[in-house]
Ligand binder design. Structure first.
Ligand code: ADP
Length: 166
């Protein structure tokens, strides 16, 4: 059985992530979406909130599960006896960072390979940070995230920002 891990922060999950998950779920027999939580990062959504949102977003996919891990991805992969990491490439700007990570992982775990998947062009610009920025200024989130994720974002930012001149 070919299984793969798709790691990320997913803060929050976007339509770009989902497009990639759907593609990867067709390539592999089993996909483990892994929220890597990093204590140096200060996420908008808690780990539990992110897990819940991803589980809801992928509930139509039978061969996909969601887990979280605090530690090195290579150790998680070893634990799961998994040898494939899936990452997304949006544009050349992603490439430098992604190649560095995959080579580092290769040094740490020589039998671990990274497979890059590109999304539909329409998600090429999309990132969780852009989505958070749009939500902060109460912009339309419909093109970027599932409706229930948009609702969660609105709740997070209700009563905060307003646009205007300084
Ligand atoms: P990280 O903090 O590890 O970059 P993210 O949650 O931002 O985690 O992204 C996880 C993975 O999904 C990364 O490989 C990233 O390049 C990819 N990704 C994010 N958004 C998109 C998108 N719109 N199209 C393709 N890949 C994407």
């Amino acid at each position: 059985m070919k299984k793969a891990i798709y790691p990320g922060s997913f803060d929050p999950i976007t339509n770009g992530h989902l497009d990639l998950i759907e593609r990867a779920s067709r390539i592999f027999d089993h996909l483990i979406i892994t929220i890597l939580h990093n204590h140096r990062k200060n996420p908008l959504f808690s780990l539990e909130e992110r897990i819940k949102m991803i589980e809801k977003a992928v509930s139509h996919l039978d061969n996909v599960e969601v887990q979280s891990y605090s530690g090195l991805l290579v150790d998680f992969a070893k634990e799961k006896d998994c040898h494939i990491i899936v990452r997304g490439l949006r544009a050349v700007t992603d490439f430098e960072y992604e190649i560095q990570m995959s080579q580092t992982n290769r040094l740490l775990a020589p039998d671990l390979d990274t497979v890059f998947v590109t999304t539909d062009m329409k998600y090429g610009y999309l990132s969780s940070s852009t989505v958070r920025e749009v939500a902060y200024f109460q912009g339309d989130l419909a093109p970027f995230v599932p409706a229930f994720v948009a609702d969660e974002l609105k709740k997070k930012y209700s009563g905060t920002a307003a646009s205007g001149t300084d």
